[in-house]
Every structure is written in C-alpha cells, then in structure tokens.
Design a protein. Structure first.
Lengths: 203, 253
C-alpha cells in the first residue's frame, strides 16, 4: 500500500511490509526491533503537533507522560497490528487517544480545582476559541466512530475519504470488485452517520 | 413515481455519501429531496461528515509530515524525545528478551460417563497414594535430594525481567516493566566477581525504576571493570515472581 507523498509524508513503509517487520520484532529479530523502534520515533512529533492542532496546549510534562503512555499502549497491542495501514498511521490513533485522555483528565482536574476559590491551578492553558473547540470535539467524535468500524471497513473509508483514492484503485489494492468497495464504503459512512445522529442528535 | 423516486434517491444518496457524484447528480439529489425533512437532514448530515473528513485528512497530512529543525530545537520537543527514548528502551528490551509466562491447560474430561467414572476413581486412588507418599516424605525427610513430581517444563518460573542497561547523566536510571504479583524489587549492581557494588530494595509494587543519585553515579564511574545489574521481584510472601535471566552488563556513560 503506497501512500501518495502529498498525504502521508511520514509513512515509510506499507501495511503488509510493516506487519512482517512487527512480527519479526516480536520474534526478537534485532534488525526488525531496531527498525520498529526507529519508526516509532514518529510518536514524539505526532503528539507534539496534535497538541497544537487540537488546541490542547498541554504543558511539556503532560506531553512527556502522553509519549510514555503511547509506548505503553502500543506494546501490548503490537501482536494485533494487522498491517491494514502503515505502522505510523496505526500509531497515530494511539497518539490521538492518549493525548485526548490526558487532556480530559487534566481538564477535569482543573474543573475540580477551579471550584475551590483558594486554589489556582493553571494545569491547562486558556481554552481554545469556541469555534475551534467545537470542531475539534467533532473530530474526536468522528475519530471514535471510525475506530468502531472493522479494520477492513475503516481502511476503505480512510483510503477513499482521507487519501482521496478512486474506487478502482482501492478495488485493485483489496482485490475486490469496485461495486463491493463502493457498497462497503457507503455502508460504513452511513453507519457513522446513524451512530452520530443517535448519540448526539445530529451528525 | 414515488417508488422510482425512492430508488433514484437511494442510489444518488449512496453515491453522494461515497463522494462520487457529478454536479448534475448533486442537483438532482436536492430535487429529489425536495421539502422532505428526513432526506434533507440526511444530506446535511453526510455533508457535515464529509467536512470533518476533509479537516481530518488535512490535519493528518500536517501531523505526519517529517520533523522540522525548529521543532527539534524546541526544548519541549527535546524533553518529549527523551521520554520516548526511555519508553522505547523498555519496549526494545522486551522485544529482545520476551517475557516468558508459563501456563497450565487443564485437560477436558471425556464426555463418556463410564470412562469419566473410571477416571475419577483412578484419580481418587492416585490422590490418596500421593498424599500417603507426601506424608512419608515429610516424616522421613533427611535432606536427601529428590525428584520433583511435576513434568519438566511444567514448573512456573515467573517472569523474566528485562532491565535497561545504559546509564547516562541525562538518564540516570535503571528501569524495567512491572511484574504481575510483585510486592517488592531487589536491584543490585554487581562487579565482575558478582560482588554487590550498589544495591536497593523497595517494597513498592510500582517501583520499576531506580533513579541513581549523583554520588551513585560517581561511585559507578570510579569503578574499574565491568558492571552488571540484576533485578529480582518478590511477592508479599517473599517468593520470587520474576528475575533477570542473568546479570546484564550495564554501560555507564
């Protein structure tokens, strides 16, 4: 699976190749371990940039915690890595989840502290502008919904809507008829729509 | 007419959801939706999801681009990189020295009732005999070595602990992953003759790293010759539940 350089510049490998690499590392093959560890170096820049892009603006000590949490979360899940996307794309989800969880944990602590007039804890910087906060919250919801899909369906949706692939390209890659890919893509996005509607009243 | 409309709307709506419609088809979709609140709502919901997907794609592209010099120069980025290096070292150690956890699988009894009864009878007789032998061994134990009753490989050895093996001024600590059931850890830094140069015992389940003081570092630096580290995890009863496979050579930089 070759991503166009314009979309995922950080990806160096392809899903199936990366899966072999991870399997080698889990068997203790030193060269594979070294390669996987180098590839996981992306965690730092992902967390660093997500913190800014999502408007969390967490302090450095919080980001250090997040980075360590990502490694702790990735390690037990490595055997589950199915190679449906490049290793960095797979790790991106962990970065996002860990960062969001840490932000929420800190935000709830801040709320508790702010109810006490005697204490002023500046754990989190000033909240981002309202509009941006709403958009980022919506993105979080979308991300959660994407994670609810099966690996295969999520891959199709991401290839189509995040990497702008044609159905013919996806069909060749997945070795399935284009009509099947179209149907699965539609059903997956429609499932997201219906779930978001049920959960939040609107998509 | 309505049936035809429904089918046409359904097909165009699916294509629209897939971001696979022409401008003319998009206009037609709106015409078919007309004043139908449900249809118009569904189209608006898909539009909202598409917008989010565009933002998500743009953000991923931004997040995943290669690292820049200005970022690397940022102190915050540097601290995060060090945190990643520490965490990565632990993961690397675990990959190179996989944890061994031995488990038992209880054999399923036969479904045949007659065989089951015979098996239970046999097991009861065997248990009585084993208890009698055990009592005899307890009463007549003169310290002579004996064979374990279990099959080789059945014994539970606990977990192998992998410990970091590099200490620098920036990372003055030895660390390892928590061992399930451990209530305390004994960490020893040994010389080539296996004599303890530095040691520490902590009765904390979550003690999984030993931060060395400046004087510890001085002591280790002044030591001539190779240094090794061992970690032993013990449960509340003091039984070993994990240990380093063998003393691991450490490097002090």
């Amino acid at each position: 699976m070759k991503y166009p350089s314009s979309t995922l510049l950080g990806d160096r490998g392809t899903g199936p190749e990366d899966q072999l690499l991870v399997q080698g590392a889990l068997r203790g093959d030193r060269a594979s371990v070294d390669a996987v560890m180098r590839r996981l170096g992306c965690v730092v820049r992902f967390v660093y940039r997500l913190n800014r892009s999502m408007g969390y603006n967490m302090p450095t000590e919080g980001l250090e915690d997040v980075v360590q949490q990502v490694y702790l979360a990735v390690w037990p899940r490595l055997p589950d890595y199915a190679g449906t996307s490049a290793l960095e794309t797979w790790v991106y989800g962990f970065c996002r989840n860990c960062l969001r969880a840490e932000f929420r944990r800190r935000a709830s602590r801040l709320r508790v502290v702010q109810t006490d007039d005697n204490l002023q804890d500046h754990t989190v910087d000033a909240p981002p502008p309202e509009e941006r906060a709403v958009q980022m919250e919506s993105l979080d919801l979308l991300h959660e919904e994407l994670e609810q899909l099966t690996d295969g369906d999520r891959e199709i949706v991401e290839l189509r809507h995040l990497q702008d692939r044609s159905f013919e390209q996806i069909a060749r890659q997945k070795n399935l008829p284009p009509s099947t890919i179209k149907d699965r893509c539609y059903r997956a996005v429609d499932k997201i729509r219906m779930r978001m509607k049920r959960r939040y009243g609107c998509a | 007419m309505a049936v035809h409309d429904n089918r046409e709307f359904g097909q165009l709506f699916a294509a629209f959801t897939n971001a696979d419609v022409t401008a003319a088809e998009r206009v037609r979709l709106n015409e078919l939706a007309g004043q139908d609140v449900g249809r118009r709502g569904a189209i608006a919901e898909v539009e909202a999801i598409h917008e989010l997907l565009v933002v998500e794609a743009s953000m991923r592209c931004e997040i995943m681009r290669p690292v820049e010099g200005a970022e690397e120069a940022d102190e915050s980025f540097g601290r995060m990189a060090k945190a990643a290096a520490r965490a990565g070292e632990k993961m690397r150690a675990n990959m190179l020295h996989p944890t061994t956890i031995r488990t038992f699988v209880q054999p399923k009894p036969s479904a045949d009732a007659g065989r089951l009864r015979a098996w239970l009878y046999g097991a009861a007789v065997a248990a009585v005999l084993m208890i009698a032998v055990a009592i005899g061994m307890l009463l007549n134990n003169n310290g002579a070595p004996g064979l374990s009753g279990g099959k080789p490989g059945d014994e539970v050895l606990g977990e192998y602990i992998s410990v970091t093996t590099q200490i620098t001024d920036n990372s003055r600590e030895l660390s390892w992953l928590e061992v399930k059931g451990a209530a305390s850890y004994e960490v020893s830094i040994l010389d080539a003759s296996k004599a303890v140069v530095l040691g520490k015992t902590e009765s904390r389940r979550r003690f999984t790293n030993w931060h060395l003081s400046t004087s510890d570092m001085t002591l280790l630096r002044e030591h001539q010759g190779a240094l090794f580290v061992t970690v032993v995890a013990r449960d509340r009863a003091g039984e070993t539940v994990g240990a380093t496979r063998e003393p691991e050579r450490i490097e002090v930089k």
